[in-house]
Design a protein around this ligand. Structure first.
Ligand code: NAD
Ligand code: WQD
Length: 406
């Protein structure tokens, strides 16, 4: 059987979710993916790519610089270019470099800033980077004829739900009650993608009216998949790759892991007076490898939709004209104390914690209804809470100070 090849541009691929997704892509059995990672390393280290290469046994590791005589570089399956995605001319060079070799079949877009608290202090930076990088990417994709994109959105776009105890569906209202600037950048990007998609659908209609040729290759259709992640946690089961937050972790699980390893004295539980069984906030935590696989499912979904049967012959169109939104979560919620206790079980000793006040902007419960992802792109989470905790503990003990640190 001939395995089809695809080249994917992964923006922000050195980070936590991006690096795990690289492992899923490079291990896929349906397509042989080659990936080109662009990242400015503002919140990551290129060491994550060494770990990816090690995990997937990539001969020769990853290729990092274009030496000008790029024939050999270009053949690599894991290529890195240090680029700030808000810098259009720098990113254009990457598109130009790969254009003579077939360009990119799709872009997976992780690049951006994600610290909720920081976003309230420096909103312009968040708008500039998150929205700026997206606009630059979309313009270059359009210019170079790559019309399939998977975008990292967040459950945070749902804001404060009307019924806080209900599982969130993709059709629920988004945008109006978001509690922070970071979340608004994600919501705005979803709107940009929707408007962008709408403009192409309009153009297609015009073209069809005037030419009445449904199969014209001139239609500039796009395939857009928006993934709304719930709470990613855990690490690659090898213990070689995981989340490497700089400074004090903002999220619960990396903080708990640093307490367990002795880097911090205790976890502060932000509020125990919520309307939940133990009074602490409930979230839908999903294993980062399940989340990584969700991107492979999204790319397959795009590929299937982009491929048409034309007189028995398979043809890959530029894009299907579909914009799809999927929640990626497990559909199960755990409280803060559930998580602290589960991690204690993985470590073999209780994790010290103190009860503190609520963190401003936090909601009571966030849980996904992940039905659509299962029905339409055949994705569902397979790993459980113990897997998340065991794998995170293994990463933390093998790399107590993260990547590249003594
Ligand atoms: P991360 O910070 O580990 O990864 C983001 C990567 O983007 C980093 O490697 C960073 O260096 C890079 N980057 C930032 N600005 C860039 C720029 N201008 N040009 C190029 N690269 C740039 O974060 P993550 O947890 O892996 O998240 C990936 C994506 O998923 C982000 O868009 C984030 O908002 C989104 N997301 C994350 C979570 C979560 O809890 N981790 C939840 C929902 C959505
Ligand atoms: C989880 C629970 C806290 C730390 C954030 C973003 C969201 C998405 C995922 C990017 C809450 C409690 C936490 C601590 C605690 N990121 N907590 N003590 O807030 O659900 O979601 O990350 O897109 O957009 O908002 O995740 O891990 O910060 O908190 O008690 O030291 O743990 O109150 O109930 P959150 P989190």
């Amino acid at each position: 059987m001939v395995i089809e090849q695809r080249r994917i541009l992964v923006a922000g691929g050195c980070g936590y979710i991006g690096s795990h997704t690289l492992v899923s892509l490079l291990s896929d059995t349906k397509f042989q993916y080659s990936v080109v990672v662009v990242d400015d390393l503002s919140n990551s280290s290129a060491e994550s790519l060494n770990r990816v290469a090690d995990i997937v046994s990539l001969e020769g590791g990853f290729v990092s610089s274009n030496n000008g005589n790029s024939g050999q570089d270009i053949q690599g399956r894991l290529i890195f270019r240090k680029v700030d995605c808000t810098n259009q001319s720098a990113l254009r060079q990457v598109f130009e470099e790969f254009a003579p070799h077939g360009g990119f079949d799709a872009v997976v877009h992780f690049a951006g800033l994600k610290a909720v608290g920081e976003s309230k202090l420096v909103p312009l930076k968040y708008y500039e980077v998150n929205i700026g990088a997206t606009i630059v990417l979309l313009s270059l994709m359009e210019e170079f004829g790559c019309r399939s994109i998977v975008f990292s959105s967040s459950a945070t776009v749902y804001g404060v739900a009307k019924d806080e105890k209900a599982k969130l569906k993709e059709t629920d209202e988004v945008g109006t009650t978001i509690t922070n600037c970071y979340g608004r950048t994600k919501y705005m990007i979803e709107q940009i993608l929707t408007d962008f998609h709408g403009s192409h659908a309009f153009l297609r209609e015009q073209q069809q009216q005037h030419q009445n040729d449904e199969h014209s290759d001139k239609f500039q259709d796009w395939s857009i998949v928006i993934l709304r992640y719930f709470n990613p946690a855990g690490a690659h089961p090898s213990g070689k790759m995981g989340e490497d937050p700089s400074g004090v972790p903002n999220n619960l699980m990396p903080f708990v892991a640093q307490v367990a390893v002795g880097r911090r004295p205790h976890v502060t539980v932000f509020g125990n007076d919520y309307d939940t069984p133990d009074g602490t906030g409930i979230r839908d935590y999903l294993h980062v490898m399940d989340l990584a696989d969700g991107h492979v499912s999204a790319l397959r979904y795009i590929d299937t939709n982009n491929t048409t049967e034309d007189g028995g012959e398979k043809k890959t169109k530029s894009g299907s004209g579909k914009l799809s939104i999927f929640n990626l979560g497990t559909g199960t919620g755990y409280s803060v104390l559930d998580m602290v206790n589960a991690f204690g079980k993985a470590v073999g000793k209780p994790i010290p914690y103190v009860l503190g006040p609520r963190r401003p902007g936090d909601v009571t419960i966030y849980m996904a209804d992940p039905t659509r992802a299962k029905e339409e792109m055949e994705w569902e989470a397979k790993l459980n809470l113990d897997d998340m905790c065991n794998d995170l503990w293994s990463w933390q003990t093998n790399n107590p100070n993260g990547y590249n640190k003594e």
